[in-house]
Design a protein around this ligand. Structure first.
Ligand code: NDP
Ligand SMILES: Nc1nc2c(ncn2[C@@H]2O[C@H](COP(=O)(O)O)[C@@H](O)[C@H]2O)c(=O)[nH]1
Length: 487
């Protein structure tokens, strides 16, 4: 990346910068290869942040199916994380995992489960696991909530082979004038579902798969507990990436945690032939990046204070504008053959593109994905009927209470004094993009387009060719679309 004019003497946020187009020979946005450049080689350079209100197995499998990666949070009990990893590994890689209910489930209960999937239906299965009907909002309309789903379900199913190509599923659905196909195995048991939109997505995206062809998923480890013990358990549970995560990553405790986890990871690789990348953070300086890489991290997570749930900068004055932090840390990482993830502060597709232009190997997103069907929270409605999910920061009093639940009341109260995040925030679902895949589509099309403007076929080329200028707040404002006229 180069600056259009002289590099300023002050640090820059994503809003402070823009990119100019280059002469390009890339004819189509679909010619751009978005494989991540951090050595982890995700088909899509997007990582879901390890935040309890956001990243669970539903988010993990949905994002991995489109080529990204979710990090399961460190505050979840290890057996629950292992179970979630197992569910992701068992999930179909092309078809979606639907919510299932039995024929005798009350309609009211099925309706509560329905918003947990963007496709908006529940699949009714019998005792053998065979699908016998579908229920969406239209089937339930005007029906007594205590009626049973078998009384209202639609029994006309469009069945597909689990090996059907996306195009075959698309054509099948068009032929039946239906929007959801149900895949069953040779014994008639449910495998998954696919919508027409899902079929299109499956044709465009590649899933993030492990060596055995299963979806990939990452897990986080804190530095306060038994880091090597957690690493051992998560490796045994088949996590694909381990993320050592703390607010102040450039501290001795993190270096010690890395020193204790690296041999565990290496011994596991020796035994199994599976070397799991270690990500560590967060830092915002070249020195921090170098120290973590030299301590054994493969990738360093960059970002102090840009997060939407973050109060660190206001409380401490510590942090760094994120574009400059990523730019400097990515350059330092390259010197050592390492890479960085840009973590936090992403609110628009342009921010993802700018982080990649600055040299990030992957871009981590938390709060933006909180307001989606796939985040872990339950869907709620405000007094105006707008749908939202509740989110909270991982250093908020709420998260700290949760993390310290094994400690004495006194210790917990003491820890809660150091909160550096928001305990409750309403993250509204965008009515036009209520599912995480809708946001992924939006981000991906934006980033593909950024690459063609820069004349780049890969993200490596993008980071080399991007030309970045500095803009005033009115320059940024000029680029914002208007939803109504200005006079
Ligand atoms: N990217 C960011 O800007 C931030 C991210 N977070 C996220 O919140 C989650 C919880 O992280 P964290 O609060 O570190 O909790 P952890 O449970 O990981 O504990 C952090 C450890 O580091 C010690 N420590 C020393 N200095 C600091 C400091 N300035 N801030 C925090 N801890 C410090 C703490 O000791 P003691 O408690 O005795 O001081 C504690 O032992 C993580 O997911 C992290 O990524 C949190 C804040 C900022
Ligand atoms: N200072 C705090 N930072 C936090 C907290 N919880 C999470 N985070 C960081 O934010 C990113 C995600 O950023 P977003 O803008 O996409 O939401 C996450 O990965 C953490 O690094 C917190 O309570 N305080």
């Amino acid at each position: 990346m180069r600056f259009l004019t002289a590099k300023p003497a002050y640090d820059l946020t994503y809003n402070d910068v823009f990119m100019t187009p280059n002469r390009s020979t890339v004819a189509s946005r679909l010619d751009v290869d978005l494989t991540s450049t951090d050595g982890i080689e995700l088909p899509l350079p997007l990582v879901v942040a390890n935040m309890t209100a956001i990243s669970g197995r539903r988010m993990a499998e949905t994002v991995a199916r489109r080529g990204g990666l979710a990090v399961l949070p460190q505050d979840i009990p290890l057996d629950v994380v292992a179970e979630s990893i197992g569910r992701v590994k068992r999930a179909p890689t092309q078809f979606e995992t639907p919510v299932t209910v039995s024929p005798t489930t009350p309609v009211g209960d099925a309706l509560t489960l329905m918003p947990k999937r963007a496709h908006g239906v529940v699949v009714v299965v019998d005792d053998s696991g065979a699908p016998v009907g579908l229920m969406g909002a239209s089937e339930a309309q005007g029906v007594d909530r205590f009626a049973q789903v078998h009384e209202v379900m639609n029994t006309s199913l469009t069945l597909a082979s689990p090996d059907a190509t996306p195009q075959e599923v698309f054509d099948l659905l068009a032929g039946h004038r239906q929007r959801l196909a149900v895949a069953v195995d040779a014994d008639g048991r449910l495998v998954g579902v696919m919508t027409t939109r899902g079929a299109l997505r499956s044709a465009i995206y590649r899933p993030a798969l492990d060596a055995k062809g299963r979806l990939r998923v990452a897990a986080a480890i804190g530095i306060s507990g038994d880091a090597p013990g957690h690493a051992e358990a998560l490796l045994a549970a088949e996590a694909d990436v381990l993320v050592l995560d703390t607010a102040h990553g450039h501290q001795q405790r993190m270096l010690d945690a890395l020193a204790s986890v690296v041999p565990v990871r290496d011994a596991f690789a020796e035994r199994t032939g599976r070397r799991v990348p270690l990500v560590a953070g967060n830092v915002v300086t070249a020195e921090g990046t170098t120290d973590l890489l030299e301590a054994g991290a493969d990738v360093v997570k960059v970002g102090v204070g840009p997060g939407a749930m973050c109060t660190t900068r206001m409380q401490t004055g510590v942090g760094r504008p994120q574009f400059s932090a990523v730019l400097e840390c990515a350059a330092a990482a390259r010197e050592l053959g390492g890479a960085v993830w840009a973590d936090g502060g992403v609110r628009h597709p342009r921010d993802v593109a700018l982080a990649l232009a600055a040299g990030a190997g992957n871009v981590m997103i938390g709060s933006w994905f909180a307001g989606t069907h796939e985040s872990t929270g339950d869907l709620q409605y405000d007094p105006d009927g707008r749908a939202y999910k509740e989110s909270f920061g991982m250093a908020s009093a709420r998260a700290v209470r949760n993390r310290t639940r094994g400690q004495s009341g006194f210790e917990r109260a003491k820890a809660a004094l150091f909160e550096e995040g928001i305990s409750s925030s309403k993250m509204y679902l965008d009515p036009d993009r209520p599912g995480v895949e809708d946001l992924v589509d939006w981000i991906t099309s934006g980033v593909r387009s950024s690459c063609t403007y820069a004349g780049a076929r890969t993200l490596g080329e993008f980071a080399e060719r991007a030309v970045v200028g500095i803009q005033s707040p009115s320059g940024y404002e000029e680029g914002r679309p208007l939803s109504s006229s200005w006079s």
